[in-house]
Design a protein around this ligand. Structure first.
Ligand code: SF4
Ligand code: SF4
Length: 194
């Protein structure tokens, strides 16, 4: 019975994580695609892609979304059209954004909001089991020990922050509906807090 409950919880976590990741991935792509599509020095590397293979959690997610090509040692998950993973990408793939993208954003406010957006997927997996991030749990059996309650709280916090990002309208940043929701994910830089 306990095993069945743990399986159900894991199933929920996988589905909810994947659904949220897909939304955030699309939002990030809207901003990055114009730069990445013409980039001469694409930053994807098989060693980064590898985390998807090594992490049982990411592996479960990407298996569910069925990438249309196989992982290769030479190219990782990189296909001619971009990353083959619609979900289950290593969190670092969202966190890293080059200067071309950051510098292309119009104001400090947008740069901060983009930083929060880039950290949403990594945020929900933090401290999932003790101090370990979800993707750092290397024993598949231990995934069943992840608390749905704790995971759900972080996911809701990430959703709140995403909502603030999506509803942001210039020019008054202080009126962003909840700065607290953003600062949970990334502290507000001094330049915006003053
Ligand atoms: S993030 Fe920057 S370096 Fe990486 S592919 Fe996009 S434009 Fe190129
Ligand atoms: S975005 Fe995809 S192809 Fe690029 S490093 Fe991450 S997993 Fe690999």
């Amino acid at each position: 019975m306990i095993l069945k409950e743990a399986r159900t919880e894991l199933h929920k976590i996988i589905n909810e994580y994947a659904d949220f990741e897909i939304i955030v991935r699309q939002r990030i792509a809207d901003i990055c695609a114009p730069h990445c599509a013409v980039c001469q020095r694409v930053c994807c590397r098989p060693e980064y892609c590898r985390e998807n293979i090594d992490s049982p959690f990411l592996n479960l997610i990407s298996a569910k979304s069925r990438p249309d090509r196989a992982f290769s040692d030479e190219r990782g998950w990189l296909a001619p059209t971009g990353c083959a993973l619609s979900a289950g990408r290593p969190p670092v793939c969202y966190q890293f954004n080059c200067n071309k993208i950051i510098d292309g954003l119009p104001t400090d406010q947008y740069r901060y909001l983009f930083k929060v957006l880039s950290n949403l997927v990594p945020y929900i997996g933090k401290r999932s089991l003790g101090t370990r991030h979800l993707v750092e749990i290397m024993d598949p059996a231990q995934l069943r020990k992840v608390s749905l309650k704790r995971f759900g709280r972080r996911l809701n916090e990430a959703r709140d922050a995403l909502h603030v990002i999506q509803s942001f309208k210039e020019p008054d940043f202080s009126k962003a509906s909840s700065l607290a929701a953003l600062s949970r994910v990334v502290p507000i830089p001094r330049i915006l807090a003053e």
